[in-house]
Design a protein around this ligand. Structure first.
Ligand code: F6P
Length: 364
């Protein structure tokens, strides 16, 4: 029997379970393959005793519409930077990647499928350079991976955010208020842009187009007449004013190496007050609601296609590659290409053009 080990790494994302199911179901069509899962990314392999589960057809029954990941995930540490305390009690990291490869050999693993975002795929490439048979599957609600047209989870996040806008519009209109909805996306404005178009917002502020607070205020003013009116603003967590910086703080969680974004909605509220806007503003931070819950049908389909393709790449021994969607095909790309550069919103793109065409102001 041959064994493929599946791991989900980084922040969770709607559709992960559909990928796992796709891998398992496709593998079950082969007589000589078994799928196993490592709990909480590669921690399951590294932990003593190891935490590995068999993933068979029974295990994955009906999981395609469940949010999260049945094998858990983590966005802290990892085998290349495993957190440990030094003799002075300070946290430091050690590289345990060779140990992990030895453990995989001991577990009889022939191939690994690593489902994760850019950070996880960087690890996939580093493992591939150490001759591990590894395939990557991209995931992120942020949709910021350049090698694929779209990542699963993104559409679900946009759906959740759009639903929130639909609700905020009615309460803001009733009170002649302006609402600010802060959405996720890190350095990319995809979620904000699509939500603004789908939700019919008036203003959309994204990292790729730094905003001028006076332009934002002007647009709000145009939505009011004799004190009556309302205005909807979608702001990406990574947005910044011209000449300003993103709002980020270092996490105190051990092994968490990213900065945590958030707070830009409140900052905008203050900037508008400082610029002289006196009518009511309310800020909503959507946060992890965008990551939880059932994936949309679109994301389930894409995730299933990714899962099936990933296993087929294992059969074809196309290691060192990542599955990707290039309309209308599901293809494979070298991991090196996949991690080269992030996919950001192009200010001259058709989507931004269409948004401007329906009167959405980007604060520029
Ligand atoms: O990358 C996905 C994402 O949800 C970002 O949009 C967000 O900034 C970050 O992860 C939040 O991460 P955490 O789950 O660690 O709070």
């Amino acid at each position: 029997m041959k064994r493929v080990l599946v791991a989900t790494g980084g922040g969770d994302c709607p559709g992960l379970n559909a990928v796992i199911r796709g891998i398992v179901k496709r593998a079950s069509l082969e007589k000589d393959w078994e799928v196993i899962g490592s709990i909480e990314s590669f921690n399951g392999v590294m932990n003593e005793p190891t935490e590995i589960v068999v993933l068979d057809e029974k295990t994955v029954e009906g999981i395609h519409y469940q949010g999260g990941t049945i094998i858990g995930t983590t966005n802290k540490g990892g085998p290349f930077a495993w957190p440990i305390k030094d003799i002075n009690g300070n946290w430091t990291t050690v590289d345990r990647s060779d140990e992990m490869i030895r453990k995989l050999q001991y577990l009889g693993v022939d191939a690994v499928i690593n489902i994760g975002g850019d950070g996880s795929q960087r690890f996939s490439q580093m493992f591939y350079e150490k001759c591990l048979n590894i395939i990557g599957v991209p995931k992120t609600i942020d949709n910021d991976l350049s090698a694929t047209d779209v990542t699963f989870g993104f559409q679900t996040a946009v759906e959740v955010a759009t639903e929130a806008v639909d609700k905020l519009v009615t309460t803001a209109a009733s009170h002649n208020r302006t609402f600010i909805l802060e959405v996720m996306g890190r350095d990319a404005g995809w979620i904000a842009l699509h939500t603004a178009i789908a939700g019919g917002a008036d203003i959309c502020l994204i990292p790729e187009i730094p905003y001028d607070i006076n332009k934002v205020k002007e647009k709000i003013e145009s939505k009011y007449h004799k004190g009556r009116g309302s205005c909807g603003i979608i702001i990406a967590e990574g947005a910044k004013p011209i000449g300003g910086d993103v709002i980020a703080r270092q996490s105190t969680e051990v092994g968490y190496n990213h900065v945590r974004l958030g707070g830009v909605g409140e900052q905008l509220n203050q900037e508008l007050k400082d610029a002289g806007w006196t009518q009511g503003i309310r800020v909503t931070v959507l946060g992890h609601l965008q990551r939880g819950g059932v994936p949309t049908a679109y994301d389930r389909v894409l995730a299933t296609q990714f899962g099936v393709k990933a296993f087929e790449l294992v059969l074809e021994e196309k290691f060192g590659s990542m599955v990707a969607y290039k309309h209308p095909d599901i293809i494979s790309v070298p991991l090196t290409e996949a991690i080269k550069k992030p996919k950001l919103v192009r200010p001259t793109s058709d989507a931004v053009h269409a948004a401007r065409g329906v009167g959405i102001c980007f604060g520029d």
